[in-house]
Design a protein around this ligand. Sequence first.
Ligand SMILES: Cc1cc2nc3c(=O)[nH]c(=O)nc-3n(C[C@H](O)[C@H](O)[C@H](O)COP(=O)(O)OP(=O)(O)OC[C@H]3O[C@@H](n4cnc5c(N)ncnc54)[C@H](O)[C@@H]3O)c2cc1C
Length: 394
Amino acid sequence: MADVKPVLIAGAGIASLLLAQSLRRSNIPFKIFERDASFVFRAQGYRLRLSSEGLDAIQAVLDDETWQRFWDACGKTGGLGFASFNAVTGERTEHHLLPPALVSRQGEGKTIGISRGDMRRIFAQGCEDNIEWAKQVTGYELTADGVRAIFADGTRSIEGSLLVGGEGIYSKVAKQLSGGKLKVYDTGARGIHGQAPSTAFKGLGEGVFRLRDDTRPDGAVFIITNVRPGEMDDPNVSFGWTMGGHPGVIRAPNDDYTIVGKTAADMAKSLTQNWHPRFRPLFDDMNESEAAFWKITCSTPSGVPEWPNEPRVTVIGDAVHSMTPAGGIGANTAVRDSALLGRLLREAGGCSPGVTAIYEKEMRVYASEAVRESYSIAVKQFGVSIDEETSLAV
Ligand SMILES: Cc1cc2nc3c(=O)[nH]c(=O)nc-3n(C[C@H](O)[C@H](O)[C@H](O)COP(=O)(O)OP(=O)(O)OC[C@H]3O[C@@H](n4cnc5c(N)ncnc54)[C@H](O)[C@@H]3O)c2cc1C
């Protein structure tokens, strides 16, 4: 007999909110606890490219109307496809078709993408009343018949039937559940997100672009950006770019990667000062206040470890398998977790013995494959290297 106490969810990120949509449709009660005081869309403007598998998972969860809203909000970029340029000379270095995993159905060779902020906003619709803001989950306690989340201020949540840790790479639920086996490593590589008005991207045309500078003695710097049709001629629209660099090339003052704004913008400008004039407007015209540093992290590259299953606690998304942005598969894997766990809970009518064990067994297979793939691309692209015994965990 399934438990009618609510499913407790830590974090209101992509994975958690999609799980919430699934529970809502299955009439399974739930509560989400989010650390932030509200949806903060600042510095979240980076776009997620969605694969067929990711889109399938999302469509399987959402009702038709919400799916349509989501699909309409996705950009569909064709143009040059996925093209690489030498950032300094401006020459095309590779012109290849999109990686098979990122050629999404219904898009016929187009890249399907959406900003993380828009994705959260759409996934949250209809679930807003079940979100408690400014609740930082620091762990949990099992009760005779359920589980409670523990918050940073020492208070406890109501009793739930299940706790799902979906609170991203610093998940305390993941650490407690796995007895420290779930680890996230600091690769040493850093990045900067930036935004500029669409007019700055005129020189590129439509497409998904990788611009790479291999001329620096301390390592490569590159950006990825997506110039979408329809919006590229609207000067009121801003496009984002994501910059990455080999370890040591991008450094935030005092290694403080929470810094946003001019400091990050100035660093991006300085790193790209010798780039080809065709690409310079992306940096010269950037909206400085939106620039933000980020740290490139990765879960255990050999795959999701085993831990003794706890029927009343499990983990989804980056909390259990964070990846570098290489390969663009982190969110695509996270939404698969939400669809899978949501389906198992629906089939069981709520939290029942065995649900989390089945979920974890299946998730470990595809998530381990995804982490390994993303890591191996990052080794080539970002020059990172993780030693599971000695590298620094975050
Ligand atoms: C630059 C960049 C580009 C990327 N590009 C792609 C891409 O193209 N395709 C792709 O598939 N993936 C991409 N990814 C990866 C993708 O962003 C993540 O995999 C995805 O956001 C994970 O979702 P999540 O819900 O697990 O975690 P998150 O989205 O990180 O959400 C976690 C939530 O938990 C909250 N939280 C944190 N701690 C606590 C706490 N203690 N208590 C309560 N709440 C808490 C956070 O505020 C947040 O709301 C990219 C990542 C980056 C950084």
